[in-house]
Design a protein around this ligand. Structure first.
Ligand SMILES: Nc1ncnc2c1ncn2[C@@H]1O[C@H](COP(=O)(O)OP(=O)(O)OP(=O)(O)O)[C@@H](O)[C@H]1O
Length: 231
């Protein structure tokens, strides 16, 4: 459902992504891995339409998405949880969640109850300012905000950075539930191997803007880990 063919991307004169090919299937769980600075976030931003590509093609549900703006992504059924969460600190939890309701895809003007069922703390803290929440609560808010639009694909950039273990477990359980019960496609950038193995059915290993290896998670050998992930 998301396909990249020979994609190149540049920041000014510096090429970051090189001849990148990727085919994300509907209902799959894919984990993108690699050391710091290899281009994982850049790849997600390309899929999100936040960065233009300088070569190749990007299609979403067989439609050319290379020139479609980031604002068009929710209508295409894509939800995004950025690195660093990017919640609005001055707005309440409820107001943060309602930000998504302004999007055209959303016909209802209320927050779907399942968001609170998945993350009960959001209901408890509905009137608390986003900036006053803990890191783990903010991450639940960031994921909840993306889920308000009932996306078909959920893209997450290192959701566990600086999060305590019980919340990491909750996020893992929520992602697996969304995938298994709703068939939601999950694309995850993750550096921590146990979490990547728990979520990913497929892996993609990147280095210096290239995909070096990909396949079923069972084929992610210690040798590949040593070569492309260990620091
Ligand atoms: N706005 C920018 N302008 C120029 N170069 C950038 C910009 N953003 C990122 N880069 C460079 O692009 C490369 C890839 O960065 P990117 O953030 O995609 O890597 P990453 O694999 O997600 O790293 P991390 O795990 O640290 O988040 C890095 O060399 C980075 O310095």
């Amino acid at each position: 459902m998301i396909e990249l063919k020979s994609v190149d991307q540049r920041y000014g004169g510096t090429q970051i992504l090189w001849d990148l090919n990727l085919n994300i299937k509907k209902g799959s769980r894919t984990c993108i891995m690699g050391r710091n600075g290899v281009g994982k976030t850049t790849l997600l931003k390309v899929i999100m339409g936040m960065l233009p590509i300088s070569g190749g093609s990007l299609t979403i549900n067989n439609k050319d998405a290379a020139k479609a703006s980031v604002e068009a992504r929710p209508e295409m059924g894509i939800g995004y949880v950025p690195q660093g969460r990017h919640i609005f600190p001055q707005l309440t939890v409820e107001e943060n969640l309602k930000v998504s309701l302004n999007c055209k895809r959303q016909t209802s003007k209320t927050i779907p109850e399942h968001v609170y069922e998945l993350f009960p703390v959001l209901k408890e803290m509905l009137h608390r300012r986003g900036g006053d929440l803990s890191g783990g609560q903010q991450q639940q808010l960031a994921i909840g905000r993306a889920l308000v639009l009932n996306p078909e694909v959920l893209i997450l950039d290192e959701p566990n950075e600086g999060i305590q273990p019980n919340i990491v477990q909750l996020i893992r359980d929520v992602l697996l539930k969304l995938n298994k019960e709703q068939g939601m496609t999950i694309i995850l950038v993750e550096q921590k191997l146990p979490f990547a193995r728990a979520i990913g059915e497929e892996f993609i290993l990147m280095e210096k803007g290239h995909v070096m290896s990909s396949g079923p998670m069972a084929q992610l050998t210690d040798e590949l880990v040593g070569q492309y992930l260990a620091v």
